[in-house]
Write a protein that binds this ligand. Structure first.
Ligand SMILES: [Zn+2]
Length: 375
């Protein structure tokens, strides 16, 4: 087989794999039609995968007395796994999913005061343990709170971790038998709702996460848009009030400085605490003050999103934060948005409020699956 034919065959195999993952169960004929391939080509691919335990045939289904029975094909559960690691200051969180993004294992391991070199050794040791338990891992996604180059996997800088210019992918790739994909942690989180809502079908969307900081990601055609220097989607540093408080970036009035969790807790008189503790232990803030504070934050978020939507015109917006369960916040987001957004996108952009605290791990694992399927 010449090189061109081999590449073509591999591309067709990946397309077929992706189709079965997203569609669930199809016959050879249906696969051939959807992929625009001959039935013979599909049969060769399917035969190979049945032989290696990746695909299985279901029970034949009667075609109503006409023609031959339909034989449904499915991926074998657990045929492949993907790993997502989340690099944190005090712990590494890890998630193992199967090829359909079902979480098989999720846990964390403490790491304290390690140098970047020792931290990488710890990551590699954890990966080796996971690879021993899950022999069919296709890749490892590593989510890092950092500015990084996703192509080379080099971490340029991370103020959280105090890392600078670390060739993370290169170091890990050289010690592991499966490919490593390095992603910014917010960009990794943005992949989790894509998986859950099947946005990969081609719609564009904007994802915003409000936590200790505020970050975002632009998703085009189901994949991430990074920009020329990998900062596309940094919604936290849009200026929403030029007279506002000083931001961690040194500028004034950034969205992050106005609505991040530490700022809102401070306004509620609970500075320095965790959101879940401050609101879950009975020391709840007076309702009026609480609603006013969250409405103010929601107004800022809505204004920032109106600018994003006017510029990008995405199909939908996902806001991932612990505030989304409070109507005072959601109503203010919608109002702040509608006040400033152009009429057409204001009426057509779908909003989803969610809270996905472990999204970086599942998102990183999902990004590995998409990478594996790339042609
Ligand atoms: Zn800023």
């Amino acid at each position: 087989m010449n090189k061109g034919t081999a590449v073509l065959r591999q591309q067709n195999e990946k397309k077929a794999l992706r189709l079965l993952r997203t569609a669930g169960s199809l016959s050879r004929q249906e696969m051939a039609e959807r992929l625009g391939l001959s039935k013979n080509t599909v049969s060769v691919i399917v035969q190979k995968w049945i032989g290696s335990g990746i695909i299985r045939e279901g029970a034949p289904e009667d075609a109503g007395g006409v023609g031959r029975p339909r034989i449904p094909l499915q991926l074998v559960p657990g045929c492949f796994q993907a790993v997502g690691l989340v690099v944190g200051m005090s712990s590494i969180r890890y998630t193992v999913t199967d090829y359909g993004s079902l979480v098989l294992e999720e846990n964390r391991r403490s790491v304290q005061g390690l140098s970047p070199e020792d931290y990488i050794e710890e990551l590699v040791a954890l990966c080796r343990e996971l690879l021993e338990r899950y022999p069919n891992v296709i890749g490892i996604g590593v989510a890092v709170p950092a500015l990084l180059d996703p192509l080379t996997g080099r971490v340029l800088s991370s103020s959280h971790l105090e890392w600078k210019n670390i060739p993370l992918k290169e170091r890990m790739d050289s010690q592991l038998p499966v490919p490593v994909l390095v992603l910014n942690n917010v960009k990794a989180s943005a992949m989790a709702p894509v998986q859950a809502t099947r946005l990969e079908s081609g719609k564009s969307s904007f994802y915003m996460r409000i936590g200790e900081g505020v970050g975002g990601a632009i998703l085009l055609n189901g994949g991430l848009y990074y920009g020329e220097s990998w900062t596309a989607g940094e919604v936290g540093h849009l200026c929403v009030d030029r007279e506002g408080p000083r931001c961690s970036c040194g500028r004034k009035g950034c969205l992050e400085a106005l609505v991040c969790i530490p700022r809102v807790l401070e306004q509620l008189g609970h500075e320095g605490r965790e959101w879940s503790d401050a609101l879950g232990d009975g020391t709840m803030v007076a309702e009026g003050r609480f609603n006013r504070t969250l409405a103010e934050a929601g107004g800022h978020v809505g204004f920032a999103l109106s600018q994003v939507v006017n510029l990008l015109n995405p199909h939908s917006v996902t806001i991932d934060s612990p505030y989304g369960r409070y109507p005072a916040f959601c109503d203010a987001v919608r109002k702040g948005f509608e006040d400033q957004a152009l009429t057409v996108p204001a009426s057509q952009t779908g909003f989803t409020f969610t809270h996905l605290p472990n999204a970086s791990g599942t998102g990183a694992a999902y990004a590995v699956i998409l990478e594996y399927e790339k042609e």
